[in-house]
Design a protein around this ligand. Structure first.
Ligand code: UD1
Length: 423
């Protein structure tokens, strides 16, 4: 296993280019199942999670590979085994994305139940409820979801909200399945995340009829068949937000290119309140900060609210604010594994139920810390950039799941991070 040795503190300055969105690419790769043949997906990041999705697709009979242009070619013509093995799906929750497409194309699917993970309980009841509403017969056996729709799926009006609001991947699954259903499906309380809209964009390019994209009401008129396409994935807004925080926490100045500011409005609003300056520039923005960070209250919410996937990174920044901040997690109420690790670096954070009270400190002090999940690891790297001394972040395989070449990108703009083997 690898770890990072981060020499802090540093000031970042320069240009960072944002990769394609992981959370768009995963359901988009699964969506290619709906159209037998070869689809070309452009701007797919080179990440561990994408590799796992490709292995899952290959295990079902598809062919997946990068072309000379580094685009992902997914040939789904030979798909003959609608089965998601436990050993693959347990490594990545997004494996569940193949369920809806498989059901629509093959009339059946057997997928291992994804497990919980470090960020808390992660049930799939909303996925199953939505697919059942479309006419699928679903039961659970031996840890597997067994779904059948031999007579085909039928469009319906479906309410897809859950206890914490909409669900991103349940919306992706049900929307994908509904593209080939008989009649019209209306999804109420659909997730509005840009990644869901990106998937809808690809499905429409394939010949689907989805309207209301980006709103909580999606209307999907079923069609008889979909055709393979070439499609470009949107930039990763979570990676972009992480680099925005990196500029702020190091009192630096970063030009962040290939970034859609309009997908990051809640993040821009909070960062400006805290004391960063963010100006649109070219195909992205310039983020700078001179220190004097102000405390802020932040609540994570489904899009367009503040994203839960940037909560840990913002917490690292607020550790250095002049005063007390409250962070409330309303999407994954247990997602606070990073609190104890940040406190090891001399932060002063107290967790109270779904809230964390962050009392600002003058400086963070380097320490050995443990990455617990993808975004928590990013928060520890950010803290390490600002901390005095050498921070060791163990178990960085978590960060490799979601950030393309993060240490190289940071080192190019002034960080000093060494990747080494854990002893
Ligand atoms: C996706 C993202 C993840 C992000 C999350 C919320 C991908 C690959 N992952 O995960 O990075 O943190 O959206 O923006 O795109 N829930 C249920 N029942 C369900 C499904 C979800 O109760 O069947 C709950 C969850 O426990 C959570 C909330 O709904 O409290 C939102 O989760 P959801 O939007 O489904 O997250 P994912 O789609 O799994």
């Amino acid at each position: 296993m690898d770890r990072f040795r981060i020499f802090g503190p540093c000031r970042l300055e320069g240009t960072v280019n944002i990769s394609g969105s992981k959370n768009s690419a995963l359901p988009i790769i699964a969506g290619t199942i709906l159209a037998p043949g070869t689809s070309t997906i452009v701007n797919v990041p080179d990440l561990a999670d994408i590799k796992i999705m490709n292995i899952l697709m290959e295990s079902m009979g598809c062919k997946v590979g990068r072309d000379w242009n580094n685009n992902l070619q997914v040939d789904t013509a030979g798909l003959n085994n609608p089965f998601g093995d436990y050993d693959i799906v347990r490594k990545m929750r997004a494996g569940i994305c193949v369920l809806g497409p498989l059901l629509a194309r093959c009339g059946r699917a057997e997928i291992s139940m994804p497990g919980g993970c470090a960020i808390g309980d992660r049930p799939v009841d909303i996925h199953l409820r939505g697919l059942r509403e479309l006419g699928a017969k679903i039961h659970l056996r031996g840890g597997y979801i067994i779904a059948e729709a031999n007579g085909g799926l039928v469009g319906r009006n479906i309410f897809l909200g859950g206890p914490f609001g909409s669900s991103v991947l349940a919306t992706a699954n049900v929307m994908s399945a509904a593209t080939l259903a008989k009649g019209t499906t209306v999804i109420e309380s659909a997730a509005c995340e840009p990644e869901v809209s990106d998937l809808a964009g690809m499905l429409n390019k394939m010949g689907a009829k989805i309207s209301g994209i980006g709103s909580p009401q999606l209307v999907i008129e079923g069609v008889k068949e979909l055709k393979p396409v070439e499609y470009k994935v949107i930039p990763d807004r979570i990676e972009a937000g992480t680099f925005m925080v990196a500029a702020a926490i190091t009192c630096g100045k970063l030009r962040i290119s290939n970034c859609r500011l309009n997908n990051l409005m809640a993040v821009v609003d909070r960062l400006q309140n805290i004391g960063a300056t963010i100006e649109p520039s070219g195909d992205g923005c310039i983020v700078s900060c001179e220190g004097n960070l102000k405390p802020a209250d932040v609540t994570t919410l489904p899009y367009p609210g503040f994203p839960t996937d940037l909560q840990a990174q913002l917490m690292a920044l607020l550790c250095l604010a002049d005063g007390n901040s409250i962070i409330t997690e309303k999407v994954f109420p247990d997602r606070f594994m990073h609190v104890a690790e940040l406190n090891r670096m001399a932060a002063n954070i107290r967790k109270e139920g779904p809230c964390a009270i962050v009392c600002g400190v003058k400086k963070l002090i380097a320490a050995p810390v443990m990455a617990s999940d993808l975004r928590a690891s990013a928060a520890l790297v950010l803290a390490g950039l600002a901390a005095e001394g050498i921070t060791i972040v163990n178990r960085v395989y978590h960060i490799d799941r979601g950030y393309e070449h993060i240490e190289q990108k940071l080192n190019t703009v002034g960080a000093k991070i060494k990747r080494e083997k854990e002893q």
